[in-house]
Design a protein around this ligand. Structure first.
Ligand code: SAM
Length: 221
């Protein structure tokens, strides 16, 4: 049985996660696999759940929110095909784990989170790990973050009832966005590509995310 009082090396868990949850399920992007093989996911998980940090499932992080399942993180990042020169917007910082992977893959990451306590914890962990190419903003990202647009890529880690056109407008020409769209019961991951005046949509697969809360939502604060 695992002794939670003893410091534990997570290196083997990390290797197993990459091999069994990512490669074995078809993730092929070596930059994504390499980043996820290096980032200490356990640092982004509350102490009482650290022993589950590399589990094949989401984990509670407080405020009723979760750190996403590793496979869904890798699937979204592979579909977005982030380039080292890209400026990226992330909606829903949560624990900051996906923010760290984005920071490894891109030039700069803007990330917006509506819960200030989650944003502060993520900021502290990311700074301690040495990331300097991240700006975390506390606020409502349901309409993107126009102040720093246009973006090469936008990644949304919470489900919108429909495609938010304000976010599509913040993509540069050739930019990509990935977002879960649907009800609380049934959602689909959509890959959006902006090409000149056209918006091209690709349906990826079914998924289940916490809802994207807008100011106008009854659940919003
Ligand atoms: N990718 C994150 C990680 O690695 O931990 C998980 C994000 S969690 C599934 C979704 C996050 O979106 C939550 O932290 C939630 O508070 C945030 N969120 C929901 N609606 C939001 C909004 N309108 N603006 C900003 N953040 C929002």
């Amino acid at each position: 049985m695992l002794d939670h009082d003893q410091p534990k090396s997570f290196a083997l868990d990390r290797q197993h996660m990459v091999a069994l949850q990512l490669r074995a399920r078809g993730i092929r992007d070596e930059r994504v696999l390499d980043a996820m093989a290096r980032i200490p996911r356990e640092e982004f998980v509350p102490q009482q759940f650290r022993h589950q940090a590399y589990g094949d499932h989401p984990i509670p992080i407080g405020q009723g929110q979760t750190i996403s399942q590793p496979y869904i993180v890798a699937l979204m990042l592979e579909a977005l095909a982030i380039q080292p020169t890209d400026k990226v917007l992330e909606i829903g910082t949560g624990s900051g784990y996906l923010t760290a992977v984005l920071a490894e893959l891109s030039s700069h990451v803007y990330s917006i989170e509506r819960h200030s306590s989650l944003a502060q914890t993520a900021e502290r962990v990311l700074a301690a790990l040495g990331y300097r190419n991240i700006n975390i903003v506390v606020g409502d990202g349901s309409k993107g973050l126009p102040a720093h647009a246009p973006y090469d890529a936008i990644i949304v880690s919470a489900a919108a009832p429909e495609l938010p056109l304000a976010m599509v407008e913040q993509l540069r020409d050739g930019g990509r966005m990935i977002i879960p769209v649907g009800s609380t019961q049934s959602q689909e991951l959509l890959l959006v590509r902006k090409q000149q005046d056209e918006t091209v949509l690709k349906h990826l697969e079914g998924c289940r995310f916490v809802p994207l809360i807008g100011r106008e939502d009854p659940a919003g604060e």
